[in-house]
Design a protein around this ligand. Structure first.
Ligand code: ADP
Length: 700
């Protein structure tokens, strides 16, 4: 159960923002509303566009990549087309400075610098290039399509963080995100949260990881069937490395799993299939929502007000042995359904096989559906999913961009795929680290002749998401705003700008956002932090884990680090000897390393640490529910570490004052020490002068 019912607050957001967007959409499109119930047919016979089925495309790193021929670099006027030497980054080994110097070679002072346009390196933007170019043009920023010798403010990558070394500025990818949202890793991360907070995380279908959990899957299904013989489930098997529906199939019984394919060669997730999705025009559809992870620490999440709805192309029927293999009925992937002869390219945002999400909501609301509730449930789902992903992302981050060394800051647009059940409950299908940002689609002009044509729906949604992400990440925003304030009140607020206002526009002095629509990305975190912070237990465990990693750059905890953690947090006792601690470390680490097959470093990964932590918490605080056991142990650890930090600080100060160069070791905790929670019973911090800032009791 959510504390303080975030739904009501979230609904208020929807009322203020998204309903307005839906209404605007309705006015613009004059949506034809079907008077029948949601799910009634609305198709015009003439809308069909016959098309031969084509083989499924191979999987690509960037969603939608596989279908696109490599683009030639954009042509530039001859005078501009001289490419600057390759991607323009500092060579290895040279000293690099984080951040940018604002002094120009001409010696102009700082204020002049703030008027320069923001620079964007788009040389690796791949399929998002078209939408990015439009966005940069709208913002009047400067694009470097071939990279730049000097650092850019923003680097836009189509695929992943690891594309190149960047030492300053901002890059639109987080290290480790691609790994984190793979089907198995996401399922594991959500499962940890489901163990702690089963009700809050029931938006993700029950999943098993193959091949490791095949026996468990068989046993658990059998157990439920024994208890309820009328239960006739369907499962969906998804290869871990697959995308765009590749390799997915439905089964009615665990024995139908294609053992040779799945168990030996392809790790996969098998998941409960949602049999009763909400239908529109008798078709199953899913929602692609764009979410901006603006920052990991502090956590900042934004959600786009509009997204896409992708439709199946064969009327839906509940799964039966006869229709299990009908992909156009069960899988909503655009990349599959585009090959159906029933696929309808949209000529507006509210018709066809791909529509805006706001057009769907508008239609639902006209039938009396409480769309505020739908929207607030979706926001909850997004925040909770990001909370499940961030702990391990932090481990990746400190490994790739260790604190104190030069490196970029990161942000990332994620694609959330969500299914609405018939009862309107949103279900998370997957998270895409590289959502397709293509704004054109292939159309068959005459048999066998294809052409890329602009896609109205994609352009409307995706350009706004990229442009407004850039606006939120604008590194010169503050400077420009303060300069603008010096120049007078915002032009946007003036009904009749004067000649001098217009002159200042032409000189680049005016509010550069005045010509832009309001930002389509709405902050949901930290805005709703109060309601969701109590869920961030694994995040706090990750902070402990990172503190004891020791050598910067590693992602696994060695046996000494684990021992130090136990000792510094005072967790050993007469009933838990250090020998028992060593055995615990070896047992859990060995099992996790054989499961993940990640041989990069040896040692204990974060999930293994979390498992060990759960074990220790259960031993120490026996009588409590799991999340309270864990929260109490975290409180205890944070308390002892803050005492230690304080002691080290005092030692450090006294030795500094006596001329010593001794530094306090370990990550300093911001908080002063609190009273330790009593064993078996968590206690709020009562000492008003000593509060643990991350305490569950202060955030819930
Ligand atoms: P991919 O990365 O290959 O697209 P997804 O997990 O998105 O894999 O699954 C592909 C499609 O299968 C989804 O778009 C959705 O239509 C359908 N699907 C996936 N999981 C489920 C589920 N648990 N219940 C019902 N439909 C599902």
């Amino acid at each position: 159960m959510l504390r303080g019912s975030p739904e009501r607050e979230l609904a208020a957001w929807w009322e203020a923002e998204a309903v307005a967007a839906t209404k605007a959409q309705a006015a613009k499109e004059q949506v034809r509303v079907d008077p029948g119930a949601a799910g009634e047919p609305e198709r015009k016979a003439g809308e069909e566009q016959p098309k031969e089925p084509a083989p499924a495309p191979p999987c690509a790193a960037e969603e939608g990549d596989a279908r696109i021929p490599p683009r030639p670099p954009p042509t530039l006027p001859v005078s501009l087309a001289k490419p600057e030497p390759a991607s323009g980054l500092y060579p290895h080994g040279k000293s690099r400075i984080k951040g940018r110097s604002c002094k120009r070679s001409s010696g102009q002072p700082d204020e002049y610098c703030s008027l320069r346009p923001v620079t964007v390196d788009s040389s690796k933007a791949r399929t998002s290039l078209d939408a990015l170019k439009i966005s940069i043009r709208q913002l009047k920023w400067k694009e470097f399509p071939f990279g730049r010798r000097l650092p850019c403010d923003i680097y836009w990558h189509g695929v992943s963080f690891h594309d190149s070394d960047i030492f300053s500025g901002q890059v639109n990818k987080f290290p480790g995100m691609t790994e984190m949202v793979r089907k198995i890793t996401l399922s594991r991360a959500v499962r940890i949260m489901q163990n702690l907070f089963p009700e809050e995380y029931n938006f993700y279908p029950r999943s098993w990881i193959l091949p490791d959990e095949f026996q468990l899957f068989v046993a658990q299904v059998q157990m439920v069937k024994d208890g309820d013989p009328s239960w006739k489930p369907t499962f969906i098997v998804k290869p871990d490395s697959g995308c765009q529906g590749d390799g997915i199939y439905l089964i009615k019984d665990p024995s139908d799993i294609r053992l040779s394919g799945t168990l030996q060669s392809r790790p996969a997730v098998v998941q409960e299939y949602i049999c009763k999705p909400l239908l529109i025009d008798k078709l199953k559809f899913d929602i692609r929502l764009y979410v901006l992870l603006k920052s990991l620490e502090p956590l900042e999440i934004y959600i786009a007000k509009d997204g896409l709805s992708r439709f199946c192309t064969e009327p839906y029927q509940e799964p039966s042995p006869k229709n299990l293999h009908h992909i156009f009925m069960h899988l909503t992937n655009y990349s599959l359904n585009i090959h159906s002869r029933n696929f309808i390219h949209s000529d507006s945002t509210s018709t066809g096989s791909k529509r805006t999400f706001s057009s769907i909501l508008y239609r639902l609301s006209s039938k009396g559906v409480d769309i505020k509730k739908v929207w607030s449930d979706i926001i909850s789902l997004v925040i909770k999913t990001v909370i499940a992903l961030t702990p391990e992302l932090k481990v990746f981050y400190q490994s790739d961009i260790p604190a104190g060394r030069p490196g970029p800051t990161c942000f990332q647009i994620l694609g959330f795929d969500i299914l609405l059940m018939k009862n309107l409950k949103p279900i998370l299908l997957e998270v895409n680290a590289n959502p397709s940002m293509r704004i054109e689609h292939e159309q068959e002009l005459s048999p066998g002749v294809f052409e890329n044509v602009p896609s109205l729906v994609d352009e409307e949604v995706k350009v706004a998401v990229i442009r407004d992400t850039l606006r939120l990440m604008d590194p010169l925003k503050k400077k420009r705003e303060s300069q603008f304030q010096l120049l007078g009140k915002p032009l946007a607020s003036q009904e009749n700008p004067t000649h001098s206002d217009l002159a200042s526009v032409s000189q680049g002095n005016a509010n550069p956002d005045a010509h832009l629509p309001s930002i389509c990305l709405k902050q949901v975190f930290p805005k709703y932090a109060k309601q969701f912070n109590y869920l961030r237990l694994v995040d706090r465990m990750a902070n402990l884990f990172i503190r004891f990693l020791g050598i910067k750059g590693t992602m696994k905890l060695g046996p000494t680090g684990f021992r130090t953690f136990i000792r510094n947090c005072k967790l050993s006792s007469s009933s838990l000897s250090m020998a028992a601690v060593d055995i615990l470390y070896i047992d859990i680490t060995r099992r996790w390393n054989s499961m993940t097959m990640d041989q990069r470093d040896s040692g204990m990964c974060l999930q293994a640490f979390v498992e060990a932590f759960f074990y220790l918490a259960q031993r120490k605080f026996k009588m409590l529910p799991l999340h309270e056991q864990v929260a109490s142990l975290i409180d205890l650890c944070e308390y002892h570490l803050s005492l230690l930090d304080e002691k080290r600080l005092v030692c450090g100060r006294s030795s500094t004052s006596s001329g010593s160069r001794l530094q306090p070791s370990g990550t300093p905790q911001e908080a002063a020490p609190a009273a330790p929670p009593a064993e078996g019973r968590p206690q709020p911090c009562t000492d008003s002068t000593h509060k643990v800032s991350h305490s569950r009791h202060t955030v819930s």
